[in-house]
Design a protein around this ligand. Sequence first.
Ligand code: NDP
Length: 247
Amino acid sequence: PANRYEAPQNLLQDKVILVTGAGDGIGKAAALAFARHGATVILLGRTTEKLEAVYDIIEENGWPQAAIYPMNLEGAAMHDYETMAATIEKEFGQLHGLLHNAGLLGKLGPLSQYDPDMWQRIMQVNVNAEFMMTQVLLPIMRESGPASIIFTTSNVGHKGRANWGAYAVSKFATEGLMQTLADEEDGISQIRVNCINPGRVRTAMRASAYPGEDPMTLKAPEEIMAAYLYLTGDDSLSISGHIINAQ
Ligand code: NDP
């Protein structure tokens, strides 16, 4: 199974991979895991200092030099995504991996009292941004040989749960986006499209949803990287349209 995959050291050699939300939590761990396995990683996120810290770790380890692309997905519009795609085309000429990891949880509470502004913000970051970014990057990914697009879902993304509001609905939408795109690319390109469900992971987002929980009872982001490496590297070439549990 993907969660016990053992990645060869050179799995991602010569691959260019974009990670959103790469400055913290699961995205940071994924960016480092990809770089450790030979990838050139494009670090996208909203807090530049966090991205710079990840960049520095990659440099200190002598892994392929990373690139930083600061971007706030909440405010970004289509022309920002077009500029991003043009920059990637110019700097790298190819893109083999796209990990949609950035996400916003918002404040938990019942729909009867859910703040509509919060609803919009969460849908913007967790769904609309993924759609726009994917659309502008499809052309370059189609030209890059085998390529992998990974979306991030959650247990509340296929079974609704009280109080999870826009976050839960956004993850249902993310799974729909994944399935629709996987079906469209099937047979016309070498792009495979899947979701990862990370499970319970020790991050700031998890702590904000479960403030009373002892974080040390949870897996650290670095401990769930097998599934991320599996879906990114060429050992998963035939896998598309799936939801993979990282734990
Ligand atoms: P964190 O909150 O630790 O990290 C989220 C990352 O997304 C941060 O780097 C954050 O940037 C970035 N981000 C948030 N909003 C924006 C924005 N507007 N523009 C750009 N970047 C943004 O969360 P996790 O690592 O826990 O979550 C990663 C993914 O995994 C999410 O999609 C989440 O829904 C999913 N997930 C997590 C689970 C868990 O147990 N942790 C369980 C199930 C799913 P910054 O650091 O600058 O704020």
